[in-house]
Design a protein around this ligand. Structure first.
Ligand SMILES: Nc1ncnc2c1ncn2[C@@H]1O[C@H](COP(=O)(O)OP(=O)(O)OP(=O)(O)O)[C@@H](O)[C@H]1O
Length: 241
């Protein structure tokens, strides 16, 4: 579904993502972890098209996408959520999601009425069916995340990029989001999930990729990767002798 070769992003003197290779199989969930500033969001920005790589190649379903603008990638079937959620202000929850439906895979839904119908279905799916007419700005943290999910899902993506959707949630809310992500995968969607909540990464991921200072330092099944001493050290610091 997705293949990255030598993917690199430099900002002035800083190498934020440094020659990273990875791939994602259809219907797989890949967990992307690493300490703050490791380059995770920069990597997702290069996949969604917000940033152009400084070097390297990125292919989606066998087609090079690294020079395409974001909207073309959305049309091809790539959608994302943002770490800092920015609902369209002044629009209802329903209309926020309808906008997603109008700009998604294949160019999106042209009819506003149909886009709203789809939006309603996705809001039911993400558990916001009772807040359709609420102003998006009035939603609390967990509901904003549900809205962010619904907006991305309304684009009917084949590849969904989730950037720290669990930050600030309670343990019960984290479990709900984990179930939601599993439900999305069961619909045939391929998912890359950036997350600091390790319990969620363990329960969700088929494979985990670890970034540290922009470099991929480990990759494999969650149990093995999360016990890798280099990964433990990157997260927790060196053990004192
Ligand atoms: N637009 C930018 N201009 C300059 N430097 C940037 C830019 N975006 C990111 N960086 C830098 O690149 C590095 C990687 O940042 P990035 O946000 O990708 O890390 P992250 O792993 O997502 O971190 P976090 O877990 O805190 O979200 C950081 O040092 C950051 O300051």
């Amino acid at each position: 579904m997705l293949q990255a070769k030598g993917l690199t992003k430099r900002f002035a003197g800083l190498v934020s993502v440094d020659h990273v290779d990875f791939s994602l199989a259809r219907n797989e969930i890949l967990g992307l972890i690493g300490p703050n500033g490791a380059g995770k969001t920069t990597l997702v920005n290069m996949i969604s098209g917000t940033l152009r790589p400084s070097e390297g190649e990125l292919a989606f379903k066998g087609e090079r996408i690294d020079t395409l603008p974001s909207y073309r990638r959305a049309h091809l079937g790539i959608a994302r959520t943002f770490q800092v959620m920015k609902p369209f202000p002044g629009l209802s929850t329903l209309d926020n999601v309808a906008v997603g439906a109008m700009f998604g895979t294949g160019g999106g839904e042209k009819s506003r009425a149909k886009a709203r119908e789809k939006a309603r279905e996705w809001l039911e799916f993400t558990g916001l069916g009772n807040r359709l007419e609420a102003s998006a700005d009035s939603l609390g943290g967990p509901d904003r995340k549900r809205l962010e999910f619904a907006k991305a899902l309304a684009m009917e993506p084949e590849l969904l990029l989730l950037d720290e959707v669990m930050a600030g949630l309670t343990a019960v809310e984290v479990d709900q989001v984990v179930e939601l992500i599993k439900k999305i995968r069961d619909q045939g969607v391929t998912i890359l999930v950036i997350e600091h909540v390790i319990k969620a990464i363990r329960s969700l991921s088929d494979r985990v990729l670890v970034l540290h200072h922009g470099e991929a330092i480990a990759e494999g099944d969650p149990a093995t990767v999360l016990e890798n001493p280099q990964v433990v050290e990157a997260y927790l610091g060196k053990r004192r002798a």
